[in-house]
Each structure stands twice: as structure tokens, then as C-alpha cells.
Design a protein around this ligand. Structure first.
Ligand SMILES: C[S@@+](CC[C@H](N)C(=O)[O-])C[C@H]1O[C@@H](n2cnc3c(N)ncnc32)[C@H](O)[C@@H]1O
Length: 278
């Protein structure tokens, strides 16, 4: 694992994958284990003991929510496109069977590592064959977002599309996220979907989140975290979309899991929104 993807926010992509392997009946991600190595196990153990012991329950319900939405979207739409922004090492193209277009965007090191490993595992028969486009992109960079918009416009065209952002809205600069919503509205067709998770402005009142901030800064070497936090009043101002579902992690746990570890207020403040292009 190269240093640039082990350190910083990119390193969280390893932690979340190990979480996803722990309750496979909930996540239904049968390939997450491929990304787990000794280093990510050690990172996860430090995270569980220093920050939060329930990230497995959290990530498995979160993954299942996006997976169920993707399955539903693909079943209802011919020739669809699935766009995964800040995809990290998630495995959605391999968890659905469809002639769907798959596009992923994340930092350069993460995309290079993912492309290399996915190609190897498809050759070895560990992953089913899928055609996935990996686009190295810093979502905070306006020039790179301009390039992303051109790629999306060209590939999506008149197709129905589903765009997801999982585990990233809070890390992005506010201007960047505003601009991403603007450019997605420009490329997505009517009735297409946009799904993301987010943290609300009271996130820093949670003890878990204070510990997480410290972990990011001290263990993963991130610069001091200024999270981009918002609530439904911001979501209502996103031009070109209407919210068709608003939910939170406690509800997702009840929907998909027999565990009840995320029902208390000490839990992490994970909220979820599904928007429809109007
Ligand atoms: C917590 S991980 C989530 C990964 C994946 N969506 C998942 O659920 O497994 C956060 C991801 O956001 C990506 N990320 C954070 N800031 C980014 C930026 N400015 N541009 C592109 N990707 C970014 C990281 O590289 C990392 O892969």
C-alpha cells in the first residue's frame, strides 16, 4: 500500500472496507475482504479501540442502503449509468449484474491502486468481469471538476443515472460540494437519482466525533479537520433536485440488520438523503 493512500483521508477507504467484511449478511458485499490486509486490520483495530467500536454495524448498513438503491435503480431503468464519487475501494459494480455504465472518481493514488488490483482480481477470477472507468480526480479542485463534468456529460448523455457520494461530503470544501451539485444537475437527466450521506452541524457535540477528529489528525496525519456540515435546510436549496427520502443510520440498522448497536444518541451522526432530478 503506498504512503499517499495509507495516509490522510484516503486511508479511511481501507478502514471502511474492513468494517464491511464483518457483517456480510448485512452489507452483502462479498468482495470487501479482498481489500483487507494486515495494515488495514491494524488501522481498524486502532480505530475501534480509540474512536468507535461499532463501525462494522455502521458501514454494513450504509453499504446495504446504497446497494439496495442501486439494485432498484438498475431494475427500473434500461441502459443506466452509475457514478460513484469518492468511490474508494467499494465494490458496487461487482455486486450487481447489469449492462450498466460504471464510472468512479477518487484521488489519483486510490484510483491507480484500485484499477491495478481490480484488473488482477478479474484476471484471477476473484472478481466477475466488469467494465469500470476509474477517473483520478481531486474533487476540491475546480479545474479537475470541470474535466469531470465533461466526462459525465459525454458518458451519461440521455441515460438515466444514479450518482452516489458515500463517506465524503463532510471532507469536501463547501464551494466544492456546491459546485458538484451544480454540475450534477447539468448532466443528470430528469428522474435520475443522487444519493449521499452527510453529518449535521451538531456533529462535533458527539464524543465519538471528537475522538474521530483526533484520530484523523494524529493517526492518519490529516491537517486540522474543518468538516463541511449541513442539514435538510441546505439540501432543500440544491438547485434542480427534490429530496425523496431522508433517513439516518439508526433507521437503516433496523431496516437491514438484527443488531441494535446504533440506536443510542452516542452513535455517529450519519444521515442519508436521496434526491430526484426534477
Ligand atoms: C471514507 S472513504 C469512503 C470510500 C467509499 N465511498 C466507501 O464507502 O467505501 C472516503 C473517500 O473519499 C475520498 N476523498 C476524500 N476527499 C477527496 C477529494 N478531495 N477528492 C477525491 N476523493 C476524495 C478518499 O480518497 C476516500 O476514498
Amino acid at each position: 500500500m503506498t504512503e499517499d493512500i495509507r495516509k490522510g483521508v484516503a486511508g479511511t477507504a481501507f478502514v471502511v472496507n474492513h468494517s464491511r467484511t464483518k457483517l456480510p449478511e448485512v452489507s452483502q458485499d462479498i468482495y470487501a475482504h479482498l481489500w483487507v490486509n494486515q495494515e488495514s486490520v491494524e488501522m481498524w483495530d486502532r480505530f475501534a479501540s480509540q474512536v468507535y467500536p461499532n463501525d462494522d454495524a455502521n458501514l454494513c448498513s450504509r453499504t446495504r442502503f446504497f446497494l439496495e438503491n442501486l439494485r432498484d435503480f438498475i431494475s427500473k431503468n434500461p441502459d443506466p449509468a452509475f457514478v460513484d464519487l469518492a468511490s474508494g475501494f467499494d465494490n458496487y459494480p461487482f455486486l450487481v449484474e447489469s449492462a450498466c455504465r460504471f464510472l468512479e472518481f477518487d484521488c489519483e493514488g486510490t484510483m491507480a491502486y484500485k484499477r491495478c488490483m481490480v484488473d488482477q482480481w478479474m484476471t484471477e477470477g476473484k472478481l466477475p468481469i466488469r467494465k469500470v472507468e476509474y477517473h483520478p480526480t481531486d474533487l476540491n479542485d475546480p479545474f479537475q471538476r470541470g474535466k469531470m463534468q465533461r466526462i459525465l456529460a459525454e458518458t451519461i448523455g440521455n441515460r438515466p443515472s444514479m450518482v452516489t457520494m458515500q463517506g465524503v461530503t463532510y471532507y469536501l470544501e463547501k464551494e466544492a460540494l456546491d459546485d458538484i451539485f451544480r454540475l450534477l444537475a447539468a448532466v443528470q437527466q430528469k428522474d435520475s437519482l443522487l444519493l449521499f450521506d452527510y453529518w449535521r452541524p451538531d456533529a462535533l457535540e458527539y464524543d465519538t466525533m471528537m475522538r474521530f477528529k483526533k484520530f484523523l489528525e494524529e493517526d492518519l496525519g490529516c491537517a486540522e479537520q474543518k468538516w463541511n456540515l449541513f442539514d435538510r435546510s441546505y439540501i432543500r436549496t440544491i438547485p434542480g433536485y427534490e429530496e425523496i427520502e431522508s433517513t439516518e443510520i439508526a433507521e437503516l440498522e433496523r431496516r437491514y440488520s438484527t443488531t441494535r448497536r446504533l440506536q443510542q444518541r452516542e452513535k455517529i451522526p450519519g444521515f442519508y438523503s436521496v434526491l430526484r432530478r426534477t
